[in-house]
Design a binder for this molecule. Structure first.
Ligand SMILES: Cc1ncc(COP(=O)(O)O)c(C=O)c1O
Length: 365
């Protein structure tokens, strides 16, 4: 005889019941977008051409990622079997965590950092061990090493980190990997192009190192959702078991080779952002607003108790910035993406207006 039905509604796993929906503030963004660390202008015109040449007939086929993975792997100097394209780095993180994290495993997470690590980890049965940076927001290297245990399964490191813009050296990353041979060390190089240092050349040589890159930032393709994971063949084999074969769609695949080829456009955009970052740093210093040194296309600033009002005034002046007050150790801090020099003139005017209206920063060195 069939067992009696005792519950009326299907219930998710206990860990999922404890989760909250995450809704990034994406509404009403018709302004200068300095809130999501995106490219603030456009992708390469070569990508536009590739998009325009896609036929209706070609959309009837399932996307085939293999040939494009081979092109991207050659571009990065890794073997095709060492690389998997993903639907943004977010999918890469999700799949990596699903592949490796079991009940009672530990994910070591230096915080504050990118929000999605914690969210995807909370959907697994693993435990997040957060390692809080001190007030300077520098990478907590010694404390991270001390937190490694036999249960550590993944160590997730954004380099450069968000929201701070702080970096960790190659030597330190390799030391972490060698001190935790039983754990996957994920180095998320989402902002690599604004920094220039990488561990991509160590892929395969270091048996537990996995590197992530995105096309959402410098390349300006956030809307297409394109990221990648690169790691040793032995680990990538497991990751591919969990990854959907179709999660990178054919429009994104068609756009990747021209995006990679147009190095002149990428170099121009990165150069523009780096010049604008220097100018914006000078404007922050002149306004007496504390800032953290950044190697990425954004700067974290200290606004203090009036952070919400600051964000509102900036929006009123047509500039969107991101309040990071709810990040661990970041109360009163706001992250401002760097765009082109021309765009940052508007941001500087808005900043000076908000600082004057709120009487913040004045009198500080
Ligand atoms: C460190 C870091 N990794 C990954 C991402 C997301 O990348 P993607 O758009 O490829 O999912 C972000 C976006 O802000 C980020 O800051």
């Amino acid at each position: 005889m069939a067992e009696a039905v005792t519950t009326l509604n299907p219930t998710p796993r206990a860990r999922v019941q404890a989760m909250k929906e995450y809704h990034p503030p994406l509404g009403s963004r018709d302004a200068l977008r300095l809130d999501f660390n995106e490219n603030t202008l456009a992708c390469s015109p070569k990508v536009r051409e590739a998009l325009a040449s896609i036929s209706a007939g070609s959309l009837t086929r399932y996307p085939e990622r293999g040939p494009v993975e081979a092109i991207v792997a050659a571009h990065l100097g890794v073997a095709a079997e060492q690389l998997a394209l993903t639907n943004g780095v977010d999918e890469a993180i999700h799949v990596l965590f699903e592949t490796f994290l079991e009940a009672d495993d530990e994910l070591l997470l230096p915080v504050p950092t990118y929000t999605m690590y914690e969210i995807y980890a909370s959907a697994t049965d693993a435990r997040v061990v957060a390692i809080q940076a001190s007030d300077d927001l520098q990478f907590p290297f010694e404390r991270l090493l001390a937190a490694i245990t036999a249960r550590t399964k993944i160590i997730a490191i954004a380099n450069p980190n968000s929201p701070s813009g702080a970096v960790v050296s190659r030597a330190q990353l390799l030391e972490i990997a060698s001190r935790a041979p039983h754990a996957v060390v994920l180095v998320d190089e989402a902002y690599y192009h604004f920094y220039g240092e990488t561990v991509m050349d160590q892929v395969g040589a270091v048996p537990n190192l996995v590197v992530a890159r995105t096309f959402s930032k410098a390349y300006g393709l956030a809307g297409l959702r394109l990221g990648l994971l690169a790691g040793p063949i032995e680990l990538m084999r497991w990751i591919r078991c969990v990854l959907s074969p179709y999660s990178v769609n054919s429009l994104a695949l068609a756009c990747l080779p021209p995006a990679l080829e147009d190095t002149a456009y990428l170099d121009w955009y990165v150069g523009e952002v780096l010049a604008a970052r220097t100018e914006f740093e000078a404007a922050l210093d002149a306004a007496g607003v504390r800032r953290w040194p950044s190697q990425a296309n954004f700067i974290l600033v200290e606004i203090g108790a009036q952070h919400a009002e600051f964000v509102r005034l900036m929006r009123e002046a047509g500039v969107l910035v991101r309040d990071r007050s709810s990040d661990p150790g970041c109360n009163g801090r706001v992250r401002i993406t760097i765009g082109t020099r021309e765009q940052m003139k508007q941001a500087i005017a808005a900043l000076n207006g908000a600082v004057a209206a709120l009487k913040i920063g004045i009198g500080k060195p």
